[in-house]
Design a protein. Structure first.
Length: 98
């Protein structure tokens, strides 16, 4: 399998939504949920942004995620909210940790 893609977007440089609009016709867009956003925002805002990204991309040329590995300081409920947008059973399975 061969594909070209870009990851590691940051909201204060090039938000992933803008990157998708600019480059999606040429390359795959990977991740892009800024770690600062996932660390500080509410679960509701994380779900809303992820849902908006999925709606924008239509699951074409985009893989939902962050631009980096998930550090220990990220609240698990925030990480679960992001993953739960694509795999709702993830939040259900780990609900005892939320």
């Amino acid at each position: 399998m061969k594909f070209d893609g870009k990851h590691s977007f940051e909201d204060n440089i090039l938000p992933v939504e803008e990157g998708y609009r600019k480059y999606a016709d040429k390359i795959a867009i990977l991740g892009g949920i800024d770690l600062d956003f996932i660390a500080r925002e509410s679960v509701e805002n994380i779900r809303a942004r992820c849902a908006a990204l999925i709606q924008l991309t239509g699951y074409k040329g985009y893989a939902l995620g962050t631009g980096n590995s998930i550090p220990d300081y990220i609240p698990f409920k925030n990480f679960a909210a992001m993953i739960g947008c694509v795999y709702p059973e993830f939040e259900e399975h780990f609900s005892h940790l939320l």
